[in-house]
Ligand binder design. Structure first.
Ligand code: NDP
Ligand code: A1CAB
Length: 267
């Protein structure tokens, strides 16, 4: 199988590393395409046995799977300036936020499109990807795509394409929400006099422990919260402030804004 990655940026390269790590393709069968010449050299040092090109250098593309990993805002420009044809039999896998299968098909004049939404922990093989496919793609082709996606973490097939915007808002953007909350917690620690390094350690280990408790406990989230929040104690005081300032509803609104933005990107 030959794979071409259109837009060898953060995500395109994360995917490529996973495919090679699990030997799902040979390095010689991987073609990474980026915009800038400078980036080409850097990519070559990480992928010495693969083909690395800038967009305008490619006159003919040979690939069974073409991964589109440019920013959604650049998609139209990239397509208008393609110097090569998308081979009729190739499968296109888009990881662009927001851009619908219909739009990709129209722009590329190509039927066989799978749309996926991964997230940044794909870099460690700990990502999660929601995906869906255009009509006419066979089960075995889809399983091939899923095998590739599973090298980056877990994957979930969704029948309803509209849910991909929700997945984008929830898990696609999700890592940034956790970083945001963790950053606020670390800053609270330093404000109370704890050294930044130590504050990071306390917060990160708390996050890790809490994650494992969620995963290994039969209790609901409410019950887990209750286990920590003693009556009249410190946690209760914190949670009261969060509730008074409607933090939960702010977080929910933020996630819904991300979903709205995904839809706007398709306009
Ligand atoms: N980052 C994330 O956590 C996630 C991102 N995504 C999606 O993945 C896609 C890529 O995101 P990410 O990897 O973060 O982005 P990057 O900016 O890291 O990568 C984008 C790639 O597209 C190339 N590119 C940008 N503009 C143009 C252009 N005008 N013409 C040709 N090539 C261009 C860049 O080339 P160069 O570097 O040479 O400029 C680069 O190779 C996006 O569509 C995003 O929605 C999905 C899930 C998670
Ligand atoms: O912020 C973005 O638009 C992309 C999609 C999901 C994560 N990053």
């Amino acid at each position: 199988m030959k794979i071409a990655v259109l837009g060898a940026g953060n995500m395109g390269l994360s995917f490529s590393k996973s495919f090679l790590k699990y030997e799902l393709i040979k390095p010689q069968n991987l073609h990474l395409i980026t915009r800038s010449q400078i980036k080409k050299e850097i990519i070559k040092s990480v992928f010495p046995d693969s083909e690395i090109s800038s967009f305008n250098e490619v006159k003919e593309l040979e690939a069974d799977l073409i991964i589109i990993a440019v920013k959604p805002q650049d998609f139209a420009f990239v397509v208008e300036n393609l110097t090569f044809k998308i081979p009729g039999k190739s499968l296109v896998l888009s990881i662009m936020a927001g851009i619908s299968i219909e739009k990709i098909q129209k722009f590329l004049k190509h039927k066989f499109v799978v749309r996926a939404m991964p997230n940044s922990p794909t870099l460690l093989g700990m990502g999660i990807t929601g995906y869906t496919a255009a009509e006419g793609i066979s089960f075995s082709e889809l399983m091939n795509v899923e095998r590739l996606l599973n090298s980056t973490g877990r994957s979930v097939y969704l029948e309803d394409e509209k849910l991909l915007d929700a997945v984008t808002a929830l898990s696609g953007s999700g890592p940034a929400y956790f970083y945001y909350i963790i950053d606020a917690m670390i800053k609270a620690g330093t404000e109370m006099g704890i050294d930044e390094n130590l504050s990071k350690l306390f917060v990160k280990q708390t996050m890790l422990g809490a994650y494992h408790l969620i995963n290994n406990s039969d209790k609901s989230l409410e019950e887990l919260i209750k286990d920590v929040a003693s009556k009249g104690g410190t946690t209760e005081a914190a949670l009261k402030t969060f509730d008074d300032r409607v933090l939960k509803s702010i977080l929910k609104d933020g996630i819904l804004s991300a979903e709205k933005r995904a839809k706007e990107l398709n306009q």
